[in-house]
Design a protein around this ligand. Structure first.
Ligand SMILES: Nc1ncnc2c1ncn2[C@@H]1O[C@H](CCC(=O)c2cccc(C(=O)O)c2)[C@@H](O)[C@H]1O
Ligand SMILES: [Zn+2]
Length: 353
């Protein structure tokens, strides 16, 4: 019996294949990836925090009754990140955890507004994440890029601040490639953020908003039409609209699927009801992601194993999932070719008689 929220129930050797498979992760949050060890260490530094200071108690703390409760817990962890050194430590340790899972490339979603509004100097924040990015690439070989996202519930003030930090050449970090929209969707219509996404796209960033996670397919349509989304975070409710499924497939708009996240936040009731099969059947490009792995009692390898069970994949099918993520990432072409070759070589070696 594992302590996983969702256990994949796939053969042991498929877990072994996944563990060694070079991967790319496109939908994973900076603060949401803080390991129990890191969170406990930060909580111990800040006794005023309600976050538990030991990893075991943290597992219970990371059990959510609904999405709003998840956001409340998420923000209590955000409150632990108070200094540029906290930011640097967190970022480097997240990179270490990614490298341990053979993640060669990751687009980490960061919400700078949440840190600058809590008093961290914007320049020091950018220096901290960039220092960690360069150190991680040097030490682990893992390439990190940033997605800056608007915490939508914080309104247009947060949108303005996020767009400024993402487009002002005096502050935007070198590793920034994309611009997103996170937080609750209910009561946060997407069209209002169009001016900010227009500014980000004009500055050369890629649009990757969350949509259809806790609201219906109309939110995904809005993300496509008003925010010019190149990829959709989750897009879970797209399965309710056959025209949307056909549109996503025809226009090759990938979905960043995070199976266990959808169960943990109660966006989907049970893993067997997850619409990932419908996405695959509709011919939509599916990438597999962990979203906020320690908070959801998972990691990227487990998410690949869950996908293998839901989509009935063998090693070649899993390698194709990994290559999907590389192909639709915002890494440069030489970097994409390098990781795709690694995946092919690894898979061929694994399957060799
Ligand atoms: N699955 C997810 N789906 C959606 N978002 C997710 C998911 N996982 C992680 N996030 C992150 O949750 C945060 C939400 C922050 C937020 O709502 C908020 C509201 C009001 C004030 C403030 C503040 O900072 O003052 C923040 C975002 O940073 C987002 O990147
Ligand atoms: Zn997310």
């Amino acid at each position: 019996m594992t302590d996983r929220l969702v256990d994949a129930h796939v053969p042991r050797d498929l877990h072994a294949f996944i563990a060694g498979l070079p991967k790319a992760e496109l939908h994973v949050h900076h603060v949401g990836s803080a390991s129990p060890r890191i969170v406990a260490a930060l909580a111990a530094r800040h006794p005023d925090s309600k976050v538990p200071t030991d990893p075991e108690a943290l597992a219970d703390y990371f059990t959510f009754t609904d999405f709003a409760h998840f956001i409340e817990v998420y923000l209590s962890v955000v409150d632990l990140i108070r200094t540029p050194e906290d930011v640097r430590l967190l970022t480097f340790e997240v990179a270490r955890d990614l490298a341990r899972q053979q993640v060669r490339y990751a687009e980490l979603t960061i919400t700078p507004f949440s840190s600058t509004r809590r008093g961290i100097d914007e320049g020091a924040f950018m220096d901290a994440i960039e220092d960690a990015r360069k150190a991680a690439e040097a030490e682990f070989g893992t390439v990190l890029r940033w997605c800056f996202d608007i915490p939508g519930e914080a309104g247009l003030e947060s949108a303005e601040e996020t767009a400024r930090l993402a487009t002002d050449d005096r502050v935007r970090p070198e590793g920034l490639v994309s611009f997103g929209l996170g937080g609750p969707e209910i009561g946060v219509p997407r069209p209002q953020f169009k001016p900010y996404f227009d500014r980000a796209i004009a500055a050369g960033l890629h649009s990757v908003p969350h949509a259809g996670e806790t609201t219906g397919p109309e939110t995904v349509w809005d993300a496509l039409t008003h925010l010019r989304a190149e990829r959709i975070g989750h897009g879970t409710s797209s399965a309710q609209d056959p025209k949307l499924l056909a549109h996503l497939a025809e226009h090759r708009i990938p979905l960043e699927v995070c199976p266990t996240s959808n169960i943990a936040t109660r966006a989907v009731r049970t893993i067997d009801e997850h619409p990932i099969k419908e996405f695959a059947k509709a011919g939509i490009i599916v990438t597999i992601n962990s979203d906020d792995p320690p908070m959801f009692g998972t990691d990227l390898n487990n998410e690949y194993a869950v996908a293998a069970r839901l989509l009935d994949l063998d090693e070649r099918g899993l390698a194709d999932l990994a290559k999907n993520a590389v192909a639709v990432s915002f890494l440069d072409e030489p970097g994409k070719a390098r990781i795709a070759d690694e995946i092919d070589t690894y898979t061929a070696g694994w399957l060799a008689p």
